[in-house]
Ligand binder design. Structure first.
Ligand SMILES: *[C@@H]1O[C@H](CO)[C@@H](O)[C@H](O)[C@H]1NC(C)=O
Ligand SMILES: *[C@@H]1O[C@H](CO)[C@@H](O)[C@H](O)[C@H]1NC(C)=O
Ligand SMILES: *[C@@H]1O[C@H](CO)[C@@H](O)[C@H](O)[C@H]1NC(C)=O
Length: 727
């Protein structure tokens, strides 16, 4: 796909240059990699350029007091969402700012990003008044800053020039807009700011306006209209590395900002090019979306649109982070039994590291979270396998020599500014569900699809091009996968070594002597590392605990490693991983199945040093089903499906509840994993039910029925309940 798109772009903006095969990373140097802002582009290059958009209403002084910049400055914003985003070359975002009476559309489109070069891009900011019966005036700011302390900008003929990324120029073009009051529509400032503070765009804008406002306050004169007073200073400091451009309008407006790379010989875009490119990208995107997910046969148009926006949101949430992080590597004195007292952390600064990652929430969690990312990669992998591989490789580079990856990635000052102090420190004994391995699986699937397509092409007429282009891209796909094998073996072994639980010590009988697992770092009320934070567990932490969810994750991890080893031709390793899987699957029943309760349970050890079942019917009980550890004819599978279908416990018209309604802690305390319906888990359950429906076995019919109904319920919930809430 990447190839096709760039061919089109080349055709649009170059003078008949031949289309060249491009590397997978070539279109991802620049991106909207600051998802923590409403809008901001930056390249995936440390200490380089950052850009951002900010705005306030100049209808009156009260509205001008809140400058919107970070996505958390969203009071009075009805919605902000990417309605298109391909993860590479273009995106369109809609922001409905009810309080300021504007709908903003922020679009970007890129061109000429070949050979890993930064290329050109254009940003279009379009403001439409929501309710024309009220006065509407908006001041927007677009800034460009350099984090390279050596860098400085010059202003030449209304263009900004800098040396970063091989040299660049920024220019702007107005398409539509009326001045607000007597205020100038254009203003600017060029400042010298410390390189580590370049990201603080909002502070720099406000501090630039402050002297003028203070002078106004001291003078005896009446205040001018807000649009006139709230203007940047039109001044340039020497050696400026931070430049902002202000545009103030009343009513509807549109303007473009264009960045041209000095490295590219391609023709510079005009606003007409931008309009054409955006329209063309939308068409290609719709076609690719249709081809990839084939939703239009099954769903009405507005539901397909909703699905497209969900994908766009995920891709538009991808961020690039760079900087140091905090790690407390002191050995644990209790084998990681109890969560460290976070107030007593003695972290050391490590890094700097960099990470390209999708983010769980632009408002609340705009940074990398290990187990969320696995779910992100499942979807991104289906859309653009090479992009999801970029993310997976980026995460893999954060692995330390032992095979540990911190579960929460808080890199750099900007990311840390959003996280309370005690939560910033990471501990190298703490894990998180190994979902990232799905990124590997997605890539294996992409290779298989590629192989199948090549096969077809070879059998067809177009033998020559199929052999030349596909053989080399297949080889490079294999090479990427191959280079992840060693670190992922290390990661897998890290899990097996550090999260191992005790079996024989507590006289437990099991097929395999060593396949039992315990999450490290729990507290009395929470197992944050499990991802299921407040799900009920044994009341008192004990080294003899065995956690069923981790047990099932380890089985699933072993099976993924087996697939990977197979694809890479590592037959001996594949055999070994297969044995791990079989042992873990056998032990799931031997250790965790409570015959009396007909339920899978955690284990713990009581005050008489006796092992006992710690049972809490809910998601944890469903893990052996969910991660497909059970053979299709096992009685435990039947019992698990019955539990899932029980309306007095887990089944609801909206999906499967996290905890049984009959549990004494159902809906209690912070009520996070104590009844709430989690879509990622429902998604996994659907996958498992479909799997068992297709396997010949005693429960295929029950699995099929549960699958069909659950799918209907979940889709209805997302489309009717959630979608209508977000509108
Ligand atoms: C992209 O790939 C080229 C070589 O193919 C490499 O030199 C460059 O560093 C890569 N860029 C990024 C941002 O990964
Ligand atoms: C600031 O400069 C712009 C041109 O960039 C001009 O249009 C505007 O009038 C100036 N503002 C003031 C207050 O002089
Ligand atoms: C502003 O734009 C909207 C949407 O394009 C349009 O419906 C409206 O008529 C415009 N308002 C004016 C005053 O041109």
């Amino acid at each position: 796909m990447t190839l096709g798109w760039s061919v089109w772009l080349l055709a649009l903006c170059t003078v008949a240059s031949a289309a060249v095969a491009i590397d997978s990373n070539t279109s991802t140097v620049w991106g909207t990699y600051r998802p923590q802002l409403f809008f901001g582009l930056r390249p995936q290059v440390p200490r380089s350029l950052v850009t951002g958009l900010a705005w306030f209403s100049t209808a009156d002084y009260e509205h001008a007091s809140v400058l919107r910049h970070s996505a958390s400055d969203n009071e009075g914003i009805e919605t902000f969402k990417w309605i298109y985003h391909d993860g590479r070359n273009f995106g369109v975002q809609e922001i409905v700012d009810r309080k300021y009476n504007y709908r903003l559309e922020t679009s970007f489109v890129k061109a000429a990003h070949e050979h890993g070069q930064p290329g050109h891009w254009a940003v279009r900011v379009r403001g439409t008044v929501l309710d024309e019966s009220f006065p509407a005036a908006l001041s927007t700011f677009f800034y460009v800053g350099s984090e390279d302390s050596e860098s400085s900008f010059t202003l030449l003929d209304g263009q900004l020039h800098g040396s970063d990324l091989g040299g660049f120029f920024v220019r702007t073009h107005d398409l539509q807009g009326q001045p607000a009051e007597a205020a100038p529509t254009h203003a600017f400032t060029a400042k010298r700011v410390p390189s580590q503070d370049v990201w603080r765009g909002k502070d720099h804008i406000l501090s630039d306006m402050r002297p003028h406002l203070q002078a106004l306050a001291r003078s005896q004169e009446a205040w001018p209209p807000a649009a006139e007073a709230m203007q940047l200073s039109n001044s340039s400091e020497p050696q400026a590395n931070w430049y902002a451009l202000q545009r103030t309008y009343r009513g509807n407006f549109t303007y473009d900002i264009m960045l041209d790379s000095a490295l590219s010989e391609d023709k510079r875009w005009t606003s007409e090019h931008v309009t054409a490119a955006l329209a063309q990208h939308k068409r290609s995107y719709d076609a690719k979306f249709d081809k990839t997910f084939s939703l239009h046969q099954t769903f009405p148009p507005q539901q397909v649109t909703y699905a497209r926006e969900i994908l766009a949101q995920l891709l538009g949430g991808i961020g690039y982070y760079h900087g140091t992080c905090l790690v407390d590597r002191r050995p644990s004195d209790d084998n990681g039994l109890v969560l460290h007292n976070m107030e007593d952390a003695q972290p050391e600064v490590e890094g700097p590291y960099e990470l390209l990652t999708a983010t769980p929430s632009r408002t609340f969690f705009p940074r990398g979270f290990y187990w969320d990312e696995g779910f992100h990669l499942l979807q991104i992998g289906a859309w653009d396998a090479d992009l999801s591989m970029d993310l997976l490789e980026s995460w893999t580079r954060l692995m330390d020599g032992d095979g540990w990856i911190a579960r929460e990635q808080i890199l750099g000052e900007e990311a840390r500014s959003q996280v309370p102090g005690p939560f910033q420190t990471q501990y190298p004994l703490y894990a998180n569900p190994p979902t990232l391995v799905w990124g590997l699986q997605a890539y294996v699937r992409a290779i298989e699809a590629h192989l199948a397509a090549t096969q077809e092409a070879v059998e067809g007429t177009d033998t020559f091009s199929a052999e030349t282009s596909d053989a080399s891209s297949l080889a490079s796909m294999y090479a990427r996968l191959q280079s992840l094998y060693e670190p992922w073996q290390r990661h897998y072994e890290w899990f097996r070594r550090t999260q191992r639980g005790q079996i024989r010590q507590w006289d437990r009988q099991a097929t395999a002597r060593r396949e039992g697992y315990r999450w490290r770092g729990r507290s009395y009320t929470h197992v944050l590392t499990s991802g299921l934070d407040d799900y009920p567990r044994a009341a008192k932490p004990h080294v003899g605990e065995l956690h069923l969810d981790l047990h099932a994750w380890m089985g699933s991890f072993a099976r993924s490693m087996q697939q990977l080893a197979n694809v890479l031709g590592q037959a001996d390793d594949a055999l070994e991983y297969g044995e791990h899987f079989n042992d873990i699957a056998a032990n799931a029943v031997d250790l965790h199945w409570n015959e009396q309760e007909q339920l899978f349970c955690d284990l713990s050890v009581d005050s008489d040093d006796t092992s006992y079942f710690e049972c809490h019917a809910g998601y944890v009980s469903l893990f052996p089903l969910m991660l497909r550890l059970l053979p299709a004819d096992s009685a435990q599978l039947g019992a698990s499906i019955r539990l899932l279908r029980d309306e007095t416990q887990l089944w609801s018209p909206h999906g499967i509840r996290s905890l049984s309604q009959r549990h004494s802690l159902f809906g209690m305390d912070e009520d996070y994993w104590r009844g709430a319906i989690w879509l990622p888990i429902n998604y996994l359950l659907l996958g498992a039910l479909r799997h068992y429906a297709q396997e010949p076995g005693l429960y295929a019919v029950e699995a099929q029925m549960a699958y069909t109904e659950l799918r209907k319920n979940v889709i209805h919930t997302v489309l009717e309940v959630c979608a209508s809430h977000s509108q």
